[in-house]
Ligand binder design. Structure first.
Ligand code: SF4
Ligand code: SF4
Length: 333
């Protein structure tokens, strides 16, 4: 099957709301980005979830809402929230670690939940479980099968690091067998618990490794009928750099009321908005949007500040390539 590679520019009018409804989780993955000090430890009530969702309704725009945690299925009212979001006009996704607490499949329905996304970081338990926890692979795969059997659209998210990049290609036959429709490949970031590991830089992959492996696996998955999305990361020469904070609408909501526009900023109190008394308020002072306005040779400003080791320079001190916005994606399929 011939498939086409597309850079998914930031589409005018499209909005994404990444809604962390709690930060609690039953797992402790080695690359978890949740940072309770910065994101809170609260579990939002079902009333709060609906009031906060309403803040992001815009009838003139297509808005995706992605329910996240922690583990969002640990929230006893997730099925209620999913239905409320669908009825408010959102395209609704839940990102789960695979445990599907509170009988989500039975209590929700493909009528309300457009996509159910599962996280897997390896094609078998030998690769996945050292990263995500013992027994996680079997539980997750078992629930993927059950979700597909019940008629849900299923996607899988794989976070690429030096620990699993060599096994990415083996995901393709697994996903095909499981009848997964979409595959999201992400790159590990130096955030949350990744930063606390003994040598955080070692879990990142080099530019050569990324370019050698990821586009080829994406092509193979697309040829097998799976829609693939992966971050651009290294901007090809001549392609224009754009910061999503300036040209797109993405909102990352946390249970402590912080709302960020950029995921790389989430470990710092520089959020653009704060939800207070169920109202969305613009934050004053030094906020992330000040950084979005800076133009630098290296591309993404926050990447330069937080992960400077990802950039290589020539002898004159100019970067060999720009780092793209982490929200800019390539698509195949
Ligand atoms: S990465 Fe997700 S599943 Fe893993 S510990 Fe963090 S919140 Fe839980
Ligand atoms: S990742 Fe970089 S380019 Fe993208 S929104 Fe954040 S600061 Fe802007």
């Amino acid at each position: 099957m011939k498939t086409e590679l597309r850079t998914v520019g930031f589409k005018p009018g499209e909005r994404n709301v990444f809604f962390h409804i709690l930060t609690a989780c039953n797992l402790s993955c080695s690359h978890c980005y949740i940072n309770p000090e910065q994101h809170g430890t609260q579990t939002l009530s079902k009333e709060q979830i609906v009031k906060w969702l309403v803040l992001f309704v815009d009838p003139d725009k297509d808005t995706n809402v992605i329910f996240l945690g922690g583990e969002p299925t640990m929230h006893p009212d997730l099925a209620y929230a999913v239905k409320a979001a669908k009825e408010a006009g959102f395209f609704v996704t839940v990102d789960s670690n695979g445990y599907l607490f509170h009988d989500l499949l039975k209590r929700s329905s493909p009528k309300y939940l457009d996509f159910l996304s599962f996280s897997l970081d390896g094609p078998d338990s030998l690769i996945n479980d050292p990263i995500r926890g013992e027994g996680v692979f079997d539980t997750c795969v078992g629930n993927i099968k059950e979700a597909v059997r019940q008629g849900y659209n299923v996607s899988v998210i794989y976070t690429v690091s030096s620990r699993n990049i060599d096994h990415l290609e083996r995901m393709v036959p697994l996903l095909k067998k499981l009848k997964v429709k979409k595959f999201f490949i992400q790159v590990v970031g130096l955030r949350g618990t990744s930063l606390q590991s003994a040598d955080p830089g070692k879990i990142q992959v080099s530019r050569e490794q990324w370019l050698e492996v990821v586009p080829e696996v994406a092509r193979s998955a697309a040829e097998n009928g799976i829609h693939v999305t992966y971050p651009t990361v290294f901007l090809p020469p001549g392609e224009e750099f754009q910061c999503a904070g300036n040209v797109a609408e993405n909102f990352f909501i946390f249970p402590n009321g912080r709302v960020y526009q950029c995921p790389l900023c989430e470990d710092h109190p520089i959020h653009s908005y704060q939800i207070e008394n169920d109202k969305l308020i613009k934050t004053k002072g030094l906020t992330e949007d000040r950084f979005f306005q800076l133009e630098i040779e290296e591309g993404c400003v926050m990447n330069k500040l937080l992960q400077p080791d990802t950039i290589e320079y020539d002898q004159k001190g100019h970067p060999l390539y720009k780092i793209s916005c982490c929200l800019l994606k390539q698509e195949r399929g």
